[in-house]
Design a protein around this ligand. Structure first.
Ligand code: ADP
Ligand code: MG
Length: 252
């Protein structure tokens, strides 16, 4: 599948491959993956452990280099950017929620959440501040804003990372197991927040998850197996998603 530049797509990967290891002992993490991510779409990325989900997120976010193929964010081919240009593009257009939260230990929660604005040398506008306040309330962080990350539980730190990733309303948000450390009620709040970010603000979300219930919040579900796209489905119920997963296990 060849995808030419398409403005409905917020991100495209074309013939993407990633190999780790040595020539004698290669590990193929991604094997000729081509995908388009539409604007405002909430996509769940599923698949067995080691199938390449995190590698795909890292390369699309410009945090790791492909061995072959291309990644476009909007009209920009990020594989051709130098480090400085990539840093600016990431800061302005992309949000990340990764398993290691990457919070700054010396900063308060409040300062961690608004760090993307600080790095971009500006203050949040009134509308942005209202959205940040909504994030803080929805994520139950209001009473913790003066605390430092080490004073919080893992789940609380994860919620701060979520608020920070969504604060600037980036075009594209990558989330790797964002509900993994959360209790089920907070997890549902986070999923509803991601869904709202896509429907209300047209943000595109790409979320790795193992959980059929979490994936049922998405508009689209992509399954990876052995570094390839094994299945690409529209919105599905948790039962349907469990059945896809079972079918893939049987096929493997
Ligand atoms: P997933 O997120 O689906 O569990 P990953 O993308 O983390 O899968 O990994 C895909 C494959 O690439 C696995 O076989 C994994 O062991 C390998 N891999 C990932 N990162 C590295 C690395 N830094 N060095 C060597 N192999 C890696
Ligand atoms: Mg992973």
């Amino acid at each position: 599948m060849d995808i030419s530049a398409n403005s409905d797509l917020v991100a495209q990967v074309e013939h993407l491959s990633k190999r780790y290891g040595t020539a004698d002992n290669p590990v193929t993490a991604l094997d000729d993956v081509s995908l388009g991510f539409r604007r405002g779409e909430f996509t769940a990325v599923m698949g067995p452990s080691g199938s390449g989900k995190s590698t795909l997120m890292h390369i699309m976010a410009g945090l790791d280099q492909a061995s072959g193929g291309r990644v476009r964010l909007g009209e920009t081919d990020i594989t051709s950017l130098d480090d400085d240009a990539l840093t600016i593009l990431r800061r302005r257009r992309v949000g990340f929620i990764f398993q290691s939260f990457n919070l700054v230990p010396t900063l308060s929660l409040q300062a961690n959440i608004t760090l993307p604005f600080e790095l971009d040398g500006r203050q949040p506008s009134a509308t942005e501040q209202a959205w940040i306040d909504e994030l803080i309330t929805t994520l139950g962080l209001g009473s913790r804003l003066a605390h430092r990350p080490h004073e919080l539980s893992g789940g609380q730190q994860q919620r701060v990372a979520i608020a920070r990733a969504l604060a600037t309303r980036p075009d594209l948000v990558f989330a790797d197991e964002p509900t993994g450390n959360l209790d089920s009620r907070t997890g549902r709040n986070v999923l509803a927040l991601l869904a709202a970010a896509s429907t209300q603000y047209g943000q595109s979300i790409a979320m790795v998850t193992h959980d059929p219930i979490a994936a049922s919040y998405a508009d689209r579900i992509i399954f990876l197996a052995d570094g390839k796209v094994a299945l690409d489905r529209g919105r599905s119920t948790p039962e349907e998603i469990s059945a896809y997963m079972l079918g893939m296990e049987r096929a493997a």
